[in-house]
Ligand binder design. Sequence first.
Ligand SMILES: NC(=O)c1ccc[n+]([C@@H]2O[C@H](COP(=O)([O-])OP(=O)(O)OC[C@H]3O[C@@H](n4cnc5c(N)ncnc54)[C@H](OP(=O)(O)O)[C@@H]3O)[C@@H](O)[C@H]2O)c1
Length: 277
Amino acid sequence: MLKGKKLAVIGVGKLGEALISGLLKKGELTVNEIVGSVGHDHSIERVNKKIDIRMSLDNRETVKGSDLIILAVKPQNMNSVLSEIADVLTPNQLIISVAASVTTAFVQQRLPKQIPVVRAMPNTPAVMNAGMTGLCGGLYAKQEHLQMAEAIFKCVGETVFLDESLMDGVTALSASGPAYLYVIIESLAEAGVKLGIPRDTSTFLAAQTMYGAAKMVLESKAHPALLKDMVTTPAGCTIDGLMELEEGKIRVTLIKAVVKAAERARELVNTQNSSKA
Ligand SMILES: NC(=O)c1ccc[n+]([C@@H]2O[C@H](COP(=O)([O-])OP(=O)(O)OC[C@H]3O[C@@H](n4cnc5c(N)ncnc54)[C@H](OP(=O)(O)O)[C@@H]3O)[C@@H](O)[C@H]2O)c1
C-alpha cells in the first residue's frame, strides 16, 4: 500500500519519531522516501542521531513532492503550520493529522483546495509497536486514503476506524488510557511493597499481570467479566480483593475519569477552532 510513496513528517517529535521508526522497521518505506521537519536547529541533530532521514526547518520545502504528509506538531502549532504550507499543497497529497482535538474540519478550512485529510489519534505505546490508533476521514478522504493511513499506523500497533464524533472518546480512552493504567500498575506495585516484595519485583509482577490480562482479553475474545470469574474461586482470596475494589468504587471512578477527559478534549476542540489567528 505504501510502497514507493514519499512521506513528509512535519514535527518529528516523540510521536513523529515513533511512526518513522515503525515504518522503517516494518520495511514499508526506506530512509530515502521520508523527509521530516522540526521547529529548532538542535532538534535536527536529535533526530539524525537516531534516524538518518533528510531533515529541514522549512515546512514548505518538506511537503513539496510528498504523497503523504503527517502533521505531528502540537495542537497549538497546527494553525501556523497549516497557513505556512497551505498554498503549496495539492489534492494529490494526503494530509494525516495526529494533533489531539484538532478536527478534520479545522484542517480543511485552512486549505485552499479539496485536499484529503485523515485524523488519527494514536497513543504512546506506539513507541513499543504496541500502539492503538483511532482513525477517521474528513470530507475529501476516499477509501484509498483511509487505507494508506491505516497502513502507516499498523506499523506501530493496532487501528480502528470510527466516526469523527467519537474521536474525543478515543482521546479519553486509549490516548489518555496509558496514564490511568500506569497509576493502577504503580498502586499494585505499592501493594506488593507493603507486603514485603522488593519494589522492582513488585512492579514487574504488576506490569506483567496487566500485560497478561490484556492479552487474555484480546486473544480469547471472552468478555472481561467471564475472565474475572475464572480467577475468582468461591470463598477464595480474589473475591475479598474484588469486594474492596467495589467498595472503593473502582468501576464508576474509571468511567467518570474517561468521561471527564472526553469533556476536556471537546473543550480543547472549541479552543482550537476559535483560535483562527
Ligand atoms: N505523544 C503521543 O503519544 C501522542 C499521542 C496522540 C497524539 N499526539 C499528538 O501528536 C502531536 C505531537 O506530539 P508529541 O508528543 O510528538 O510532541 P513533541 O515531542 O513535542 O513533538 C512536536 C514536534 O513538533 C516540532 N515543531 C514545533 N513547531 C514546529 C513547526 N512550526 N514546524 C515544524 N515542526 C515543529 C517540534 O520541534 P522542536 O522541538 O524543534 O520545536 C517537535 O519535534 C501532538 O499534536 C499530540 O497531540 C501525540
